[in-house]
Design a protein around this ligand. Structure first.
Ligand SMILES: [Zn+2]
Length: 492
């Protein structure tokens, strides 16, 4: 008995030692001495140029509902040409597929794979009737209270304007990059990017492009405030994005008078199918980009949380359970299931001849549109249910390597601009969709990141009401991009 107790004590002590050892990784402290001198930007001018770009209603409506307002796009493009004269004099400038923009800045070493900086010119509409909820009109480009206001101020004119402003600044300094730099600004990201980003990619591939040293698009940003108890800012660099698939489920009925119904009408049967699918959520796994994120953040977490995060071999299930309890973190662990539309029946006393539901899946890396569809068929297990893919779908993108030179250039630029010890850089999984997916097959260094600090409620403002960018965020994102272009010289 004594020996047994001794063994238990030794085991517990060993366990405690392992836990404490794993938890003892301190946050990586990076020397700030290497921080390059401040970059001078004409802040007032830059903000005014940015704000004016927001006055052009370059809206992507759902296809078939409204004509494309080409004049709005051309108006904004004229504004860009006027605002960035050196860019338009020095870089080759082309309009691709009517409204997309492609700029080519030849590098000093043509043997190097190019760098592709992406962004999109289009914005989502403001829901009609909600204009009055805006503190500043959505297409005013108002500068007030320390913000630039308007649709596109975060998504994604900030990126387009900041990129051009950064390159104008570099040209003024007489700088030329080593890598050829392409600027690829699509015009239909908000409706899938088929006409914009995809055509821009195909254009460059047709001209001989085989790979890129770095591809950068929107996606993550710099989170303000404390997330998971990590002090300071967190730069979330998207290394992959989830796929998307919408399936329509249809059940046919016989119709007839509602006074003589079967036990279950088509609507009742459909309800059962919906219940079945919702009762079988996809498995959750704490691996890949989400695991890397916890690994990167845990050294900066408070001790109790760090203890769990640094010992996922033991506490993994507890951490998983906590993450699954909240939809935003649950979405990082699994393929999500969302029934978004349902219809059936035409009159109160007529039995429905069919009932339909649409379910949207956001697919995590490791699964595919095909594996998701097969799983749904297995769960439904009923030939009376017709399952149809509604298109506008994508597999999850390949996962980019956060140990590569492109990621290193991004991380270095973020630390230079925002202070190495004031920001934690981490890879993460983008749960929405971006134009970058058209590129991820061409470069293992395809990332989704906007180097601008956004407000804690910034994500609700994107596509929502009162979208706005803090003035300081815009100016620092320009400086960060200046640093980034210079740091791409380090990429072999
Ligand atoms: Zn966007």
């Amino acid at each position: 008995m004594k020996r047994f107790l001794l063994a238990v004590v030794v085991l517990v002590a060993a366990l405690a030692a392992v836990l404490v050892y794993n938890t003892s990784r301190a946050p990586v402290s990076v020397a700030e001495a290497s921080r390059p001198a401040a970059i001078t930007i004409d802040s007032a001018g830059a903000i005014a140029r940015f704000a004016k770009a927001l006055t052009f209603p370059t809206i992507s409506w759902d296809p078939g509902t409204h004509p494309v307002d080409s004049a709005a796009f051309r108006g904004m493009q004229a504004h860009l040409a006027e605002s960035f004269p050196l860019v338009h004099k020095t870089l080759k400038h082309e309009v691709i597929n009517h409204l997309s923009l492609l700029y080519t800045w030849p590098g000093s070493n043509p043997a190097l794979a190019p760098v592709v900086l992406m962004g999109h010119q289009d914005v989502v509409p403001v829901i009609p009737g909600t204009e009055g909820l805006w503190q500043q009109p959505p297409f005013s480009g108002a500068i007030a209270g320390g913000f630039v206001w308007g649709r596109g101020s975060l998504d994604d004119k900030l990126t387009v304007l900041a990129t051009l402003e950064a390159i104008e600044t570099l040209l003024r300094q007489g700088y030329q990059p080593k890598h050829t730099v392409y600027l690829a600004f699509g015009h239909d990201e908000e409706i899938g990017g088929q006409e914009g980003a995809r055509v821009l990619r195909d254009t460059l591939v047709a001209r001989g492009l085989k790979t890129a040293a770095l591809v950068l698009d929107e996606g993550g940003a710099i989170a303000e405030g404390t997330m998971l108890g990590v002090p300071g800012r967190i730069a979330l660099i998207g290394v992959s994005e989830k796929g998307s698939l919408s399936l329509e489920l249809t059940i046919k009925g016989k119709g007839g008078h509602s006074s003589t119904p079967p036990a279950h009408t088509a609507i009742g049967q459909l309800a059962k199918v919906i219940e079945k699918i919702e009762a079988s959520p996809f498995p959750a796994t704490l691996d890949g980009p989400t695991r890397w994120m916890l690994d990167a953040l845990s050294p900066s977490m408070p001790y109790s949380r760090r203890l769990a995060m640094s010992n996922l071999w033991l506490f993994g299930p507890v951490v998983e359970k906590a993450m699954l309890a909240k939809p935003p973190s649950a979405a990082m662990l699994r393929t999500t299931t969302a029934f978004t539309m349902v219809s059936g029946g035409v009159k109160t006393n007529v039995l429905p001849i069919d009932a339909k539901a649409v379910v949207n899946f956001r697919i995590r890396p490791g699964e595919t549109m095909q594996s998701v569809t097969e799983r749904v068929r297995r769960i439904v297990n009923d030939t009376a249910v017709a399952i149809r893919d509604l298109g506008f779908h994508s597999d999850p993108s390949p996962v980019s390597d956060p140990k590569g030179a492109g990621f290193a250039a991004l991380a270095k630029s973020v630390r230079e601009e925002f202070g190495a010890n004031a920001v934690t850089v981490t890879p993460y999984l983008v749960i929405g969709g971006t134009d970058a997916r058209y590129w991820s097959g061409l470069s293992s260094q395809t990332f989704r990141f906007m180097g601008a600090p956004i407000e804690a409620d910034g994500l609700e403002r994107v596509h929502g009401t009162n979208e706005r960018a803090p003035l300081a965020s815009y100016v620092s994102s320009v400086r960060y991009l200046v640093r980034l272009v210079r740091n791409t010289d380090d990429i072999p």
